[in-house]
Design a binder for this molecule. Structure first.
Ligand code: IDP
Ligand code: MG
Length: 138
């Protein structure tokens, strides 16, 4: 069993897509073991995305991620990290495969509806950033 971390980003929450995205997660067989609606503080967004600090889009990304509430989730299942990345599709919705969340619900390369951890180490860091281990014992 593997766990990964997911975010329904502000653009998707604002457009009332929480239900559609959760439906796809559940239909895929991934189990939601943690879920909360939160508004990120600027400092939280900056720390969460500090791996992208040197990128030209870092400031804009942090503005966007703090522009409205997000849904943070812990997902569990065999191969959960890759399965969630596959469900999301490529970073740029225009390049994402048909039927993926980003292709169907993303607006552009920044406002792309969802986040997913990309490796076991980042999943562990990102899950710990938002959830206590005791919260995820379901
Ligand atoms: P990922 O979310 O598919 O893992 P990353 O390269 O880790 O993609 O980038 C993190 C987030 O930064 C993306 O999901 C997107 O919101 C934003 N982003 C990535 N590349 C660009 C870009 O070229 N311009 C603007 N925003 C970007
Ligand atoms: Mg990434």
């Amino acid at each position: 069993m593997e766990r990964t971390f997911a975010i329904i980003k502000p653009d998707a929450v604002a457009r009332h897509l929480i239900g559609d995205i959760v439906k796809r997660i559940e239909a895929s067989g991934l189990k939601i073991v943690g879920m909360r609606l939160v508004r990120l503080a600027r400092a939280e967004a900056e720390t969460f995305y500090d791996v992208h600090k040197a990128r030209p889009f870092y400031g804009s990304l942090c503005d966007y991620m703090t522009s409205g509430p997000v849904v943070v989730m812990a997902l569990e299942g065999d191969g959960a990290i890759k399965r969630w990345r596959d469900l999301m599709g490529a970073t740029d919705p225009a390049k994402a495969d048909p039927g993926t969340i980003r292709r169907d619900f993303g607006q552009n390369v920044e406002q792309n509806a969802t986040h997913g951890s990309d490796a076991p180490e980042t999943a562990a860091r990102e899950l710990a950033f938002f959830f206590r281990t005791s919260e995820l014992t379901v």
